[in-house]
Each structure stands twice: as C-alpha cells, then as structure tokens.
Write a protein that binds this ligand. Structure first.
Ligand SMILES: C[S@@+](CC[C@H](N)C(=O)[O-])C[C@H]1O[C@@H](n2cnc3c(N)ncnc32)[C@H](O)[C@@H]1O
Length: 302
C-alpha cells in the first residue's frame, strides 16, 4: 500500500494530491542577498541564457524550468542557492533580525541557515548545528560559497544541545527543521517511501520531540521557535507540537503563511491535540505545485 493513502482523509482533493505527488518538482533558486539582489541575479541569468520564471509571492525566488540550479556561473559565484520554494517558508515565519542570536538546530546542508544569515544582513550570530559530520561539511561549503560570515557551526545532538562553548546562555530565536520521514519530498525523490514504516515514524517523532523541547528551553522568554518538517504524518507534526505545549513553557502563534495552506489537524486516529495547532500550517503539494511541508510557530512564554 502507498503510505500516502493514510492521509487521504486529511486532504480536500485526493485526486489532485496524488497527481501532484507523482509530478517532478520544479527547480527553484533563492537569490543570496549577501552577494546580489534579485534584479542583478536576473540580469546574470539573462546573460547566461538561463530561462527563469518569477515566484509570485517572493521576488528572491526563481523557478528554472529547463535547468538545474548548480550549473550556471551566478550559482558558482554564490549569487544563487538551490532551495525548494516551500523550504523558504520557515525562515520567513521565524523572521530573524540583524544582530540577534539564532539557533538552527538541524542545519545541514544549510538552505535555511544561509537564508537566515541573509535575512539578518549577515549580522548577529547564527549557530548552525547538526549531528551529521558529512552533512556539516556541505553546510560549511554552502556558507563559504554564499559569503556568510555570521555563522558558528557546531556538531551536537540537538536534544541535549549545550550553549556553554558559545559564551551566551539563550537564543533570541530558534528553528527546528527536523529530521523526518520525508513523505513530502516524494516529488524530488520518488524512492523516498520505499523504506517507509510506521515504526520509523514513531522513532523519528521521539527525536523531534527532544529537539523541539531543547529549542524552547534554549530560547529567551518572548522569543520565537519555528518547527518544520517535510512530511505529512500528524505523529511528526501536530503531535510533536502538542507534546511541547504540554511539557515546555510555550504557546502556538499564528503566522501569515505566504503559500496556500490548510490548518493543522486536532484529531488523528485515536489521538487528539491542543486546539491551538489549528494555527499551524500544512502545505500539500497540489496547493501550490511544491513539495509537502508542515510549519508551526511558537512563542516562548517563560
Ligand atoms: C531536514 S534536514 C535539515 C535540512 C536543513 N535545515 C536545510 O534547510 O538545509 C534534518 C537534519 O537533522 C539532522 N539531525 C538528525 N538528528 C539530529 C539530532 N539528534 N540533532 C541534530 N541534528 C540532527 C540530520 O543530520 C539532517 O541534516
């Protein structure tokens, strides 16, 4: 059985959902505003003869219908970074400001980390953490190519992250772009569901709860924590948010999702979740012709 069929009861138009999941994902690049601006990047692509289409909700994102992101000189010079359209949403929800201290708990290979740095005008500090050494080298490589200088890279398990080596004791904001069962990446990686099991969903949900709890603990009162996954399973989305609402000092806050989305679910199989998860966002592939995603914004309350 296709594991995605378990989500049919959650989706408004199941035919459109399954059709979208079978279509390849359009390539998208983000303009790196540390080195270029959208107008300059578009001119460079024109000069290269690379066809692009604007993304209507963000002038720094360009769809490349005929090209791979990494094959043109504006990319090599760090003016562009390949980043899925939907993957740009969590950093916008986090809204980091220049000069702040921001934790990216699961950072590699760095699409969101480098987007955060650019949104902060490369000022303040972004701590990009991951527990996978190989993926951390991709993060470093991407940060160097994009000219990011406000990044500190750490290799720790996000569940018991220590700030001791950093010389400060809390973050202004944190983002948990969690390891997940990746169901929403099916358009990019058609094999992604071959190894799907419910046991894996439950085991990765336990890791997600640990990292999100630590992010809330490590963020100052009044600070913001954003949680995101590229999967549909409520066990890895609303259930994780519901868990930290129970165990940590935080509340869900709504945000203006720039893509069409539907509300988080309050009931799934035998479980029910806090009613505030309706202010979290599920982004299905057929709604905007993107990958699948989930994004929640939390405010730390004490
Ligand atoms: C969805 S990916 C992150 C993608 C990244 N945010 C980006 O936008 O490029 C999840 C990451 O979590 C990392 N990870 C898994 N378990 C972890 C843990 N316990 N602590 C920290 N990172 C972990 C994985 O190595 C992986 O790089």
């Amino acid at each position: 059985m296709n594991p995605l069929e378990r989500y049919a009861p959650l989706v408004d138009d199941t035919d459109a959902f399954f059709e979208a999941c079978e279509r390849p994902l359009p390539s998208v690049v983000r303009v790196n505003t540390i080195k270029a601006d959208p107008e300059r990047a578009r001119r460079a692509l024109d000069d290269e003869g690379v066809v692009y289409e604007p993304v209507d909700w963000h002038d720094g994102l360009l769809r490349l219908p005929d090209a791979s992101p990494g094959t043109n000189w504006p990319y090599f010079h760090g003016w562009l970074h390949g980043q899925e359209e939907v993957s740009a949403v969590p950093a916008l929800a986090l809204d980091p400001q220049p000069g702040e201290k921001v934790w990216d708990s699961c950072a590699a290979p760095g699409s969101k980390t480098t987007q955060l740095s650019a949104m902060m005008d490369d000022r303040g500090v972004v701590v990009g953490n991951d527990n996978n050494l190989g993926r951390l080298s991709s993060l470093r490589h991407n940060a160097e190519r994009l000219g990011v200088t406000n990044l500190v890279v750490t290799k720790q398990d996000g569940r018991n992250f220590s700030l001791k080596p950093l010389g400060f004791d809390e973050f202004d904001r944190a983002i948990v772009d969690a390891p997940c069962s990746c169901e929403g990446t099916i358009r990019k990686n058609p094999d992604t569901l071959d190894q799907w099991t419910l046991e894996h969903v439950h085991s990765v949900a336990a890791v997600q709860k640990g990292i999100l709890s630590r992010a809330v603990q490590a963020t100052k009162p009044g600070g913001t924590v954003v949680y995101s996954t590229c999967t549909f399973a409520p066990e890895e989305n609303e259930a994780v948010v519901d868990h930290v609402l129970d165990t940590e000092e935080c509340k869900v806050v709504d945000f203006d999702c720039p893509l069409d989305s539907v509300s988080g679910v309050t009931e799934w199989e035998d479980d029910s979740y806090d009613s505030s998860v309706t202010d979290t966002h599920r982004i299905y592939p057929h709604l905007n012709d993107t990958g699948g995603f989930y994004c929640a914004k939390l405010e730390v309350t004490a």
